[in-house]
Ligand binder design. Structure first.
Ligand code: ZN
Length: 587
């Protein structure tokens, strides 16, 4: 067989060894052709070094073995001669259950092109073909992907095509004996595949609710007219959901998304009510689908062309992740899938989480965006003290902007649609947000964006919510919040995970990694000596006493730490006042 296009043949070669085998044919290589594997996957801002899973690379031209020299951690140069097809063979180890890499075992397979497909330097703009080979010994397996099929079987194996390398690696592939359903939203065909679901899974419910989300979002961006679906950036869409015992996550792609949820969060047959877990799953679906517009098309100017070899910095994740986080739950409300009370509960949670992050006084949300590669994506015990989530605070910036615009007779809806037009569904700078706000309202919003995005000042949430007839209500927090620590009760003691800046736990000298073993009640421990098995033991032992000595083990040394417990801490909850006139959040 002769091939005129770049061609990747993917074989699930050894399920038990978790190995994919890839054969890459380059019809017209250059002399000394270089190839490389990406170090990151767009949408997940961490250098993941996918090349660590690539092995057994070999190269042939006709009958000749072509020599390979490795140039760096992820780049190889092949001693190829021009004018003759070059064939590379290699294996990729696939045993990461997340949505970012690749997985293969006897139950299912999954991969992103960034893990399996070497980039052929200089030929990235050419069409790329992907051939999925049927899996030996698994006659029931199917394949699903957002790639355009050229010649595929009923089960989805065969030949697919991408216009360029970017598209190839933006269309992950699911393999296995999965559940599959479909629906049409505003004329656009959508497919939903679910791996790992229990027999009690209510697929019809998931399809109906997802359809509502998709229709709401297509109309959000393109209006309610009959042409809305034709203006959308995608003409088909695939949801790939992997249901596991315990997990959560998603990654957006141009016409698909890979999702992970806990099995207990799936809707169940005969249970028509919407539980908290299912609401979370719908929020995830809403979030990733919204990214089809906001980050895959409208995107940071730094992502105009992805650089697969290194970090791609942008200060704008507060907009692309934060605003998407604001819209994900709000559009569930508008789709009629949750009520006002549930929406306000979710929003209250976001407000509380940001308020519980001392790092909001340390980094602005723009700095947090830029630093995502080394901070948000490399979380450790210091994360809450050093940075702020651009998801959480970014969503609250969107809220402040929406409510401020509403106070002046405008909406954030109009801003989003205006940006879509202004940037022609392409790269965007912060200046475009300012320009569009000016065009929309006739005044400058420089001062607001400066304060909310480029300073660590508190957001004017209470004032803006109050104007909508919604009050931020303070409630006493739990004991861990009093102390300002994050912990786990395990192995019969309290394991300290993080100590928040300025907290009572920090003042006592507690540190992440400490094992809290006992409590002496009273300033000198004169009121009793007790073993502590879980954190909730402590307030019970203290009673009305505020002073104590904490006995902790650190590096096998026992420490006595004087502790003063504060009177209380605060949790934020939103409360709608009766008789309020505003239609927000429903409209
Ligand atoms: Zn996101």
């Amino acid at each position: 067989m002769t091939m005129s296009k770049l061609h990747y043949s993917i074989e699930a070669a050894d399920l038990h060894a978790h190995l994919f085998r890839i054969t890459l044919t380059i019809p017209a290589p250059t002399a000394g052709q270089t190839v490389s594997l990406p170090v990151w996957i767009p949408g997940s801002y961490l250098v993941r070094e996918f090349s660590k899973n690539l092995q057994q690379l070999s190269a042939r031209q006709g009958r000749r073995t072509a020599a390979i020299s490795q140039l760096d951690k992820c780049t190889w140069q092949i001693d190829a001669k021009p004018g003759q097809p070059l064939t590379l063979r290699y294996e990729v180890y696939a045993f990461d259950a997340s949505v970012r890499t690749a997985w293969l075992d006897a139950r299912r397979g999954f991969f992103n092109g960034t893990s399996l497909c070497l980039r052929v330097h200089g030929q990235e703009a050419q069409p790329h073909q992907l051939e999925l080979l049927a899996v030996q010994g698994q006659p029931d397996w199917q394949a699903a992907t957002g790639l355009s099929p050229l010649k595929v079987s009923k089960k989805g194996f065969g030949l697919y095509q991408a216009a360029d390398y970017d598209e190839l690696v933006d269309c992950p592939v699911e393999l296995g004996n999965f559940w599959s359903g479909s629906f049409v939203a505003c004329g656009i065909p959508h497919r939903f595949v679910v791996a790992g679901a229990l027999p009690s899974f209510d697929g019809a419910r998931l399809l109906a609710d997802t359809q509502k989300i998709c229709e709401t979002e297509i109309r959000f961006w393109h209006g309610s007219g009959p042409q809305a679906g034709r203006k959308a950036p995608h003409n088909n869409y695939l949801f790939m959901l992997n249901a596991v015992d315990d997990g959560y996550g998603g990654l957006e792609h141009r016409n698909s998304t890979a999702l992970i949820c806990s099995r207990r969060d799936l809707p169940r047959l005969g249970q028509p009510h919407t539980g908290e877990g299912y609401t979370t799953l719908l929020g995830l679906i809403s979030h990733e689908y919204f990214h089809t517009w906001n980050v895959k098309q409208l995107r940071p100017d730094a992502f105009a062309r992805y650089d697969y070899t290194r970090e791609n910095y942008t200060p704008l994740l507060w907009f692309f992740e934060g605003f998407t986080s604001y819209w994900d739950d709000l559009l569930l409300r508008r789709a009629g899938l949750i009520d006002d009370a549930t929406y306000l509960k979710l929003l209250g949670k976001t407000i509380h989480q940001v308020a519980q992050t001392p790092g909001r006084h340390v980094q602005t949300v723009a700095q947090a965006s830029f630093d995502a590669w080394v901070k948000y994506y490399r979380q450790d015990e210091n994360t809450p003290n050093a940075t702020v989530s651009y998801y959480g605070k970014g969503a609250l910036v969107a809220l402040c902007l929406d409510l401020s615009l509403r106070a002046e007779g405008h909406t954030l809806d109009a801003l989003m649609r205006g940006l879509w037009q202004r940037c022609q569904a392409g790269p965007m700078r912060e200046q475009d947000v300012l320009d569009e706000l000016q065009a929309l309202t006739g005044r400058s919003w420089q001062k607001e964006l400066q304060a909310w995005v480029h300073s660590t000042a508190e957001l004017p949430l209470a004032r803006l919510l109050e104007a909508q007839g919604i009050r931020i209500h303070a409630e006493p927090g739990n004991f861990a919040q009093h102390l300002g620590l994050r912990h786990a009760d395990a192995n019969g003691s309290v394991q300290v995970k993080a100590v928040l800046r300025g907290s009572a736990a920090e003042q006592a000298g507690l540190a992440a990694g400490d094992e809290w073993l006992g409590l002496e009640v009273g300033a000198r421990g004169q009121l009793g000596h007790w073993r502590v098995n879980k954190l909730s033991d402590v307030p019970e032992l203290l009673g009305k006493e505020r002073k104590a000595v904490a006995l902790v083990s650190r590096d096998k040394q026992l420490l006595r730490l004087p502790l003063v417990v504060p009177q209380q801490s605060t949790v934020w909850r939103l409360e709608a006042l009766s008789g309020r006139s505003s239609g927000w959040p429903a409209i």
